[in-house]
Design a protein around this ligand. Structure first.
Ligand code: FAD
Length: 541
């Protein structure tokens, strides 16, 4: 049984057995690394109203778990972003007299017992949290809830991460969807019939200021948020860049969204300044979102929202993004068609839901298994030299190299480029998608298990792409379409900055040598044929 279903049963059992749980001395909300916000946060909101009802303080707990970061291939950038956000949240919550307490727990299997003991120490009557869909986290929550039930504690774990919760959308035959388009049509219809699912969760109310004098809770206000987690410290220069490029906090996320809705796209400065300071010029008629349907695949312009780090860490809610599109259009229904910029953008937010639904229904995908099991035996190449060149942006294919260098510097990569580099690694170099997935997770600020895995399996044709394995991108023609003047290539592949015209997309061996740029690692045509052979008969050479 998928662990999400087990958790639902355990939660129900908890609800039944602790119906008349006694009022304790506090109510606790366990904030996770995917819900780093105060506004529009369902579990926090529910915990706050319970605390108000019982006239006890609300306490926020944040668990640091280095072993989980390792198991999920989290990178230092993501952990640094998390801590920067937690530090800001601590300040904002403190203004409401709500303490945020961070605790580091190792090994991770002891998290459930340590959390419940801490809650017992605090004499908490209830534990509130938003549900995470990753398998390890679900197992952790099942154990926590079972332990909480034994100790007579109310455990309320709610769905908050997505617009539509996993398990709701089913095919006519009652099955889980495995293809995006029909799923998305149902997603949109269902949402428009249940617009209250988009409602903003009420903000938490302030604790009584007396909590600051409490013997148990007063000291929690002073405990500092650690500046780094051992083993997850950014290099000094990189940490400085990340702080500048990607400021923490809901206000920064909200500004990023405003900018997407209210300013037009400009030649991208990415890699040098924060997306917040780029393209500051405002134009009521031209804005990124209206042009998104045509512009979203242009990698030389900053046409997309760049909200992914904030959405992944829950600094802004997906509901907020969709609500803002309705306000933008002054519409009473959600627009989610492919024909308009707004509709197209909402479809991207839906992709995020889709991949989380896949993860919840087929947890094997997060355990290194292909979504389509028949591709479990595809024969991969093991060239460390090729893999290293891909990672460093030295493959001799400028669009691949520019994109990889962009991620290495900026912690983010354009969606079109993610598809190109993933397809190149898995089809041209024939290197296992799991290695690429891992490298992405370690370097992206928005590294998210469901979307990253979904994107990699899509590119490697082991996942939910409706087209079969013979979709193999030609990186050169992709490059010409998504960066017509080569501006993006020149920005990142500086060796080729002086190469004129279209040759920048596909430099000849002489041009490459003359500019000290690597020659191509493989011939695309031959590599494509090899990939087709291997996918056609997985397991064969
Ligand atoms: P916008 O175009 O403005 O889209 C708005 C939001 O919609 C994004 O912030 C994101 O939350 C969501 N979204 C957009 N496209 C997708 C998509 N294809 N799948 C799921 N959600 C989407 N996205 C991540 O958030 N984390 C990842 O680790 C991640 N890894 C990826 C790996 C591969 C191989 C591929 C092909 C895609 C991956 N994506 C991932 C999806 C997508 O590339 C990014 O979400 C997008 O580029 C972020 O930029 P943006 O915020 O400007 O997006």
């Amino acid at each position: 049984n998928p662990p999400l279903e087990i958790l639902s049963r355990v939660l129900k059992k908890n609800g039944a057995s602790v119906k008349d749980v006694k009022k304790g001395e506090c109510v606790a909300y366990w904030m996770r690394m995917e819900d780093l916000r105060i506004v529009d946060n369902r579990a926090l909101s529910r915990a706050s109203s319970k605390a108000q009802q019982d006239s006890v303080p609300l306490i926020v707990l944040f668990v640091i778990s280095p072993q989980d970061y390792k198991a999920h291939d989290r990178g230092a950038r993501r952990i640094d972003f998390m801590l920067r956000n937690v530090a800001l949240l601590k300040e904002s919550l403190s203004e409401l007299h709500i303490p945020l307490h961070t605790v580091s727990i190792s090994p991770r299997k002891s998290i459930p017992s340590k959390v419940i003991s801490l809650l017992q120490e605090w004499r908490a009557s209830g534990l509130y949290a938003n549900i995470s869909y990753e398998v390890d986290e679900l197992r952790r929550d099942i154990q926590t809830c079972e332990l909480g039930t034994k100790k007579g504690m109310r455990c309320v774990f709610v769905q908050d991460r997505l617009i539509i919760d996993p398990g709701i959308l089913k095919t006519k035959e009652g099955k889980v969807y495995s293809v995006y388009s029909p799923w998305q049509r149902q997603w949109l219809d269902t949402l428009n019939q249940n617009l209250d699912w988009l409602s903003e969760a009420p903000a938490p109310q302030a604790n009584n200021s007396e909590v600051r004098q409490s013997k148990t809770f007063g000291k929690l206000f002073d405990s500092p948020v650690p500046e780094f987690v051992e083993g997850y410290q950014c290099e000094a220069e990189d940490g400085k860049n990340m702080t500048e490029f990607w400021p923490a906090g809901t206000e920064a996320a909200s500004q990023m969204l405003d900018r997407f809705l209210n300013t037009k796209a400009r030649k991208s400065q990415i890699g040098e300044v924060s997306p917040l300071t780029e393209g500051a010029e405002s134009s009521a008629k031209q804005n990124r979102i209206s042009e998104y349907a045509e512009g979203r695949n242009r990698v030389d312009l900053d046409t997309s929202s760049r909200l992914s780090p904030y959405l992944t860490s829950g600094v802004i809610s997906a509901r907020e993004c969709v609500r803002r599109t309705m306000t933008f259009l002054k519409a009473k229904q959600v627009k989610g068609d492919r024909g308009s910029g707004v509709g197209m953008w909402v479809q991207e937010i839906a992709w995020r839901d889709f991949y989380n639904h896949i993860l919840a229904a087929a947890p094997r995908v997060s355990m290194g298994r292909p979504y389509h099991e028949k591709y479990a035996n595809v024969k991969w190449e093991t060239s460390e030299k090729h893999f290293q060149a891909w990672k460093e942006g030295r493959t001799g294919v400028p669009i691949v190299d520019a994109a990889m260098r962009q991620m290495n510097v900026f912690g983010w990569m354009h969606n079109r480029c993610r598809m190109i580099v993933a397809m190149y690694l898995t089809k041209d170099l024939m290197i296992d998608w799991r290695l690429g997935e891992r490298y992405f997770s370690q370097n992206l600020l928005d590294g998210d298990l469901a979307s990253n895995n979904g994107g990699w399996q899509w590119a490697a044709s082991t996942g939910t792409d409706a087209q079969p394995y013979f979709r193999v991108f030609n990186p050169v023609s992709q490059s010409m379409k998504c960066d017509p003047d080569g501006a993006y290539l020149r920005r990142y592949v500086t060796e080729l900055a002086k190469v004129k015209g279209k040759e920048i997309h596909d430099p000849s061996p002489d041009t490459a040598d003359a500019h000290r740029y690597p020659r191509k690692l493989v011939d695309h045509k031959e590599a494509r044929e090899r990939a087709l052979r291997r996918y056609k008969e997985p397991g064969s050479l």
